[in-house]
Design a protein around this ligand. Structure first.
Ligand code: SAM
Ligand code: SF4
Ligand code: SF4
Length: 377
């Protein structure tokens, strides 16, 4: 045993490093300087801390067929819960129009999420529409995997580039307890296999680690991922929303996960794939692949956060822990021009000062934060 862990290169980012990135100095909300990048007239914006707007997570539904206890506890999201009506959701055409405007503001990466994005009828059609948007070079999707077996090939064919499947345990009982759904684990495992067969390589797996619930299984998850050529990323349990009853002592620090896995298969840190990557990467010294850890609680990465979120009803959120978002749907449905939408989005981003995870205290926990299933994970 000789696990190498501890300080990771990705955690040493400073604001000045990020502000110095050339693509983020192209423009600002105060003085826009157009530039042509890959045929798109780029009006890149930066926020108050010099962070560019590079990727957008689009929630396509607030509904889900799982009731993960850390996200949509059944006591709250039960039969009486009022989900959004169909006509409240942005249409695929509205989403595509917004994405093309985001692209002009410097966004290159779109992730479709939810709720469970695969419960939205015709999601493959949306992927195909987004794949045509100039400037967008990376389309990804996060899913619980339960409907993936029947859709993976079509999603790939439509132009989906990357796929992340959430998988909290490879133990049947623990999986069911966490997802709180009477569904066999093999439904998700079959979905992951179908994704590999469809050409997604590697498939990334997301595991939320909760003390006393699934932390004993992190080595088994790592073994499963190693055996199948997937990359598993362990996420610290977060205080998103207001309904999951989050407690700090249920958070398993990423360093502990790295230590446990590294004790079985020694690990070493790897440089991030790009500046601001959320996961810290570690590779197995024996060549068995890599894992990632997302230390949102113990080592906040707000300094490199270039991500916006659009809810299923078209609100723009500049932080996962925000309490409110800007209503873009009203503009879309009331005849705003692309230029007007662009300047509203640029204005919201330009005023951004979010850094919740750096400021987290026992008091911030009680803020009326939007639910993760609504805003998109
Ligand atoms: N339903 C899809 C899924 O589960 O992959 C997409 C939406 S889900 C909200 C996106 C991601 O957020 C999932 O990987 C999930 O595990 C993660 N997530 C949800 N609640 C969380 C929490 N309280 N702390 C950390 N991650 C969480
Ligand atoms: Fe559904 Fe994903 Fe939330 Fe689980 S984490 S309840 S699968 S939206
Ligand atoms: Fe970004 Fe907000 Fe998360 Fe910080 S807390 S990394 S600003 S989403």
């Amino acid at each position: 045993m000789c696990a190498i862990y501890g300080a990771h290169p990705a955690h040493n980012l400073r604001l000045c490093d990020i502000a110095a990135r050339p693509e983020q100095r192209i423009g600002s909300t105060a003085g826009k300087n157009p530039a042509n990048v890959e045929g798109v007239e780029l009006m890149a914006v930066v926020d108050e801390f010099g962070r560019g707007l590079r990727d957008v997570r689009v929630s396509v539904t607030d509904r889900c067929n799982f009731r993960c206890t850390y996200c949509m506890p059944r006591e709250v999201f039960g039969p009486g819960f009022q989900f959004l009506e169909r006509d409240e959701l942005l249409t695929f055409e509205e989403i595509t129009r917004l994405v093309s405007i985001f692209a002009k503001l410097g966004v290159r990466k779109i992730r479709l999420t939810g709720g469970e994005p695969l419960v939205r009828h015709g999601i493959e059609r949306l992927v195909a529409m987004l794949a045509q948007v100039d400037g967008i070079d990376d389309i990804a999707l996060t899913t619980n995997g339960s409907l993936l077996a029947g859709k993976a090939a079509d999603l790939r064919g439509a132009g989906l580039g990357r796929l992340t499947v959430s998988l909290d345990s490879v133990d049947e009982e623990t999986f069911s307890a966490m997802a709180d759904v009477p569904m066999p684990l093999c439904r998700v495992l079959d979905g992951i296999a179908a994704a590999s067969a469809a050409g997604f390589a590697p498939v990334k797996l997301n595991t939320v680690v909760k003390r006393g619930v699934n932390d004993a299984g992190v080595v088994d998850l790592a073994a499963y991922a190693r055996d199948h050529g997937h990359i598993v990323r362990f996420i610290e349990y977060m205080d998103v929303g207001t309904t999951n009853g989050w407690k700090l002592d249920e958070v398993v620090p990423s360093a502990e996960v790295v230590r446990r896995i590294g004790a079985v298969w020694p690990l070493e840190p790897v440089d991030p794939n790009y500046v601001g990557e959320v996961a810290s990467r570690y590779r197995y010294l024996d060549g068995g692949g890599e894992i990632g850890v997302i230390s949102s609680v113990t080592q906040a990465f707000c300094q490199g956060c270039t991500r916006a979120r659009v809810s299923a009803v078209g609100e723009l959120y500049t932080c996962l822990f925000a309490t409110k978002g800007g209503d873009l749907r009203a503009l879309l449905r009331n005849g705003a021009t692309d230029g007007e939408l662009e300047s509203v989005i640029a204005g919201i981003w330009g005023r951004r000062t979010d850094r919740y995870s750096e400021l987290r205290t026992s008091e911030t926990r009680t803020l009326h934060k939007v639910e993760m299933s609504y805003i998109g994970g």
